[in-house]
Design a protein. Structure first.
Length: 225
């Protein structure tokens, strides 16, 4: 009986470990919050852009950055992105003073310090300007950057063959942002994540089968005793 109970506990431990590992293995350092916030309309020019991620990021030159561009304009960053030494979930970049009214696009990239996975993304904010329908469509486009597995390949191909506004009529209303690009094709790392997750799922399934078998055998033996 002692041996059966020991195996039972071991099987439970394996199943829990597999489940926890599967839940965190494909995690990336995604934005948790930002200032300005996504889609925020500001009454005045902000001094910088701050992004807080869900994980600490690696501080290796060339692996991280924040770019800020004015819609149909150039960069408005005043220098390069900086990772907070005291909190490496925090990345920021200073902005040029006195930004003109309009739409501004923020692009970020990093590599997770937890699992080494790269990530990227984009969002926009507005200075003394209310977004119109075309702006919202542009925002929806750029927010798909780096969203692995969320956009079917057929949709990505269609997006690549059209303007970022999504329709000729919208394009005549307002030119598309040069900073807004179609969703890039999934990287090799996302495919590796999928294969890895499949292995974890299979492992969890095996653990469940073993657990069920041991539990049934244990109960049957208890009834015979």
């Amino acid at each position: 009986m002692f041996r059966a109970s020991t195996l039972f506990v071991a099987a439970v431990a394996v199943m829990v470990a597999v489940a926890l590992h599967a839940a965190t293995a494909s995690a990336h350092a995604r934005p948790k919050s930002s200032t300005p916030a996504k889609g925020e309309v500001l009454a005045a020019s902000p001094p910088r852009v701050d992004i807080y991620f869900t994980q600490a990021v690696q501080k290796i030159a060339g692996t991280y950055g924040i770019e800020v561009e004015r819609d149909r304009g150039g960069s408005v960053a005043a220098g390069t992105a900086v990772i907070d030494e005291g909190d490496r979930t925090h990345m920021s970049v200073a902005l040029q003073p006195g930004l003109k009214p309009g739409r501004y696009v923020v692009r970020w990239r990093n590599v997770s310090d937890d699992d080494g996975d790269p990530a990227e993304g984009a969002f926009s904010f507005y200075v003394q300007t209310q977004p119109n329908a075309v702006d919202r469509e542009n925002d929806a486009q750029i927010e798909q950057i780096g969203a692995e597995g969320e956009t079917p390949a057929s949709d990505a191909t269609a997006a690549a063959s059209t303007s970022v506004t999504g329709s000729p009529a919208a394009a005549t209303t307002r030119p598309a942002s040069t900073a807004a690009a179609p969703t890039p094709a999934p990287s090799a790392s996302s495919e590796d994540d999928g294969d890895s997750n499949m292995l974890y799922i299979v492992g969890a399934g095996i653990a469940v089968v073993v657990l069920a078998g041991l539990g049934g055998w244990w109960l049957l033996r208890g009834k015979r005793a």
